[in-house]
Design a protein around this ligand. Sequence first.
Ligand code: ZN
Ligand code: ZN
Length: 256
Amino acid sequence: MEQAYFYFLLSGLGVTAGAHRLWSHRSYKAKLPLRIFLAVANSMAFQNDIYEWSRDHRVHHKYTETDADPHNALRGFFFSHVGWLLVRKHPDVIEKGRKLDLTDLLDDPVVRIQRKYYKLSVVLMCFVFPALVPWYVWGESLWNAYFLASILRYAVSLNTTWSINSVAHMYGKRPYNKTINPRDNILTVMGTLGEGYHNYHHTFPFDYSASELGLKFNLATWFIDFMFWLGLVTDRKRAPKEMVQARKEKTGDGSR
Ligand code: ZN
Ligand code: ZN
């Protein structure tokens, strides 16, 4: 079970610190070894390759809760949680997605190579590798290892990610901007290594911490800070305190 949790954290970093904060939002810069690590962890998460994930996510931010938003929460809880992956994309999503500038993604060889070998890397990193390690290293039965570390871990991590698009677009507080739907929701914070401060994130999407700092649970931020300390991260962008404060006073719901 511990190994399943470990893979959960690893694949989670590939999405939060990787596809989300680094590649979709460019909220900090990462050196090559770290980008390779994040791309491998991202394949373990099997949530579409970095290029596609980032394109969908940029459209989500630019056209939140319109037909061009891939997981438009106005279409209901189920649609924004998982339904959007089961039906054909709305034509607006495709049209607006095409108009986005994604050259920065294609300029990164790590993104290109991960996209080229995506299927193979998913089979290896999402399904084979997580099961083989516990089996080989400490003699766990192959079936147990596969079920817990690969399948169960994958199912749980998909649902926690999806909860940002469903739960955090419907339930929670809006300390920064009460005129938008995304909300700060502590349950989703716990499940996603710190991505659930979603009202903050939609208000200040360029902020590498995706939250106001302080003693907040935010594993992805702690990871990025640790990598900064190791010299693998530079240019962490933050929303200045005064800007956040002014925004709270102007459009916040008064909950913080
Ligand atoms: Zn959102
Ligand atoms: Zn985002």
